[in-house]
Ligand binder design. Structure first.
Ligand SMILES: Cc1cc2nc3c(=O)[nH]c(=O)nc-3n(C[C@H](O)[C@H](O)[C@H](O)COP(=O)(O)OP(=O)(O)OC[C@H]3O[C@@H](n4cnc5c(N)ncnc54)[C@H](O)[C@@H]3O)c2cc1C
Length: 287
């Protein structure tokens, strides 16, 4: 299918892009990798009168470490995440998770910023960002502000982004030495979105859990941070009983929509199972 006609703009700076967003209003959409937006336009779920292509803005690219924080430009593609020696060494969860997203063609164009800004609970970066306690940098006409991943997702396709704002970067602290991590994603076939997914970041000290964060994919109207499940593990040794309690809490937090990937009961059960596997896999990596 061919999308409806639209005007096309290709700014070279974030400031130009924001000026275009401000002047064109809600008739305009940013175009990043296009792997979510263009299918929606072809299906007439989105009919923007103008596209603002942000692919030619150098400020939105690059992965660097500054002051103990890793900064990932919003226009960084999945394949660039996977190939980054910095992320392989300091944020390997992000590399592993990106490898589970779609297929090589989609990963070549699809960007981390687009994956997050789209606000689709089926996308993987929202839950990964929650587990990694990421901060998103948003820039608009009034300047820059920072929003925690856990506060960013307001509903399906709804986020904290104002109409005239751009997600410019994702900030994440490197994993401390000895931190275990895992992303478990159940999918029907290669290239599919998650039926349910769980991201876990875990540290142990003196035989008990000293840090745990859990993000859940595609089991509610937004990605979820499973705080009750984290509370069930914190300060305790990792035993079958404590993991069962966390799984129970995850199931209680789930509110998935029934679709071709499964009914509510199945998806809820699978969210629990992905969490159980991710906790065990993360624990096996704790030093
Ligand atoms: C076959 C297929 C399978 C897929 N499987 C998965 C999967 O398993 N897991 C997964 O996570 N994703 C999956 N995706 C989605 C893919 O990762 C998309 O690339 C991603 O959702 C959007 O990124 P994009 O760069 O293509 O953004 P675009 O499609 O260009 O934009 C998406 C939306 O975000 C807005 N936007 C983009 N960038 C910014 C920004 N910097 N600031 C503010 N707003 C912005 C756009 O205006 C648009 O509304 C799949 C896609 C396809 C086609």
């Amino acid at each position: 299918m061919i999308p409806p006609a639209f005007d096309y703009h290709a700014p070279h700076t974030v400031a130009e892009a924001i000026a275009l967003l401000s002047s064109l209003g809600d008739d305009a959409k940013l175009l990043a990798g296009g792997h979510s937006l263009l299918p929606m336009m072809k299906l007439r779920f989105a009919q923007p009168g103008a596209l603002i292509d942000i692919n030619r803005i150098p400020e939105l690219r690059g992965i660097s470490e500054q002051g103990g924080v890793i900064r990932i430009g919003a226009m960084t593609s999945e394949n660039e995440l996977i190939a980054s020696p910095l992320l392989q060494a300091k944020l390997p969860l992000l590399v592993e998770a990106a490898l589970l997203i779609a297929d090589p063609q989609v990963r070549n164009r699809g960007t981390i910023g687009g994956d997050i800004a789209h606000g689709d609970p089926g996308n993987d970066h929202p839950a990964i960002s929650m587990a990694l306690d990421a901060t998103f940098v948003l820039q608009g006409p009034q300047g820059e502000r920072q929003v925690k991943a856990v506060d960013f997702f307001h509903g399906t396709y709804m986020t904290a982004l104002a109409e005239d704002e751009i997600l410019t970067a994702i900030l994440i602290a490197p994993l401390a030495a000895g931190t275990g991590y895992a992303y478990q994603k159940l999918k029907r076939k290669t290239g599919d979105w998650a039926t349910a997914g769980a991201a876990v970041v875990l540290r142990m000290a003196g035989g008990v859990v000293s840090h745990v964060s859990i993000g859940l994919t595609n089991v509610a109207s937004t990605a979820l941070r499973a705080s009750e499940a984290e509370a069930a593990l914190m300060g305790k040794p990792l035993t079958d009983a404590s993991i069962d309690a966390a799984v129970h809490a995850v199931r209680a937090a789930c509110d998935p929509a029934e679709d071709l990937r499964g009914d509510v009961e199945y998806k809820t059960a699978m969210a629990g199972e992905m969490t159980r596997r991710a906790i065990r896999a993360a624990a096996a990596r704790c030093a």
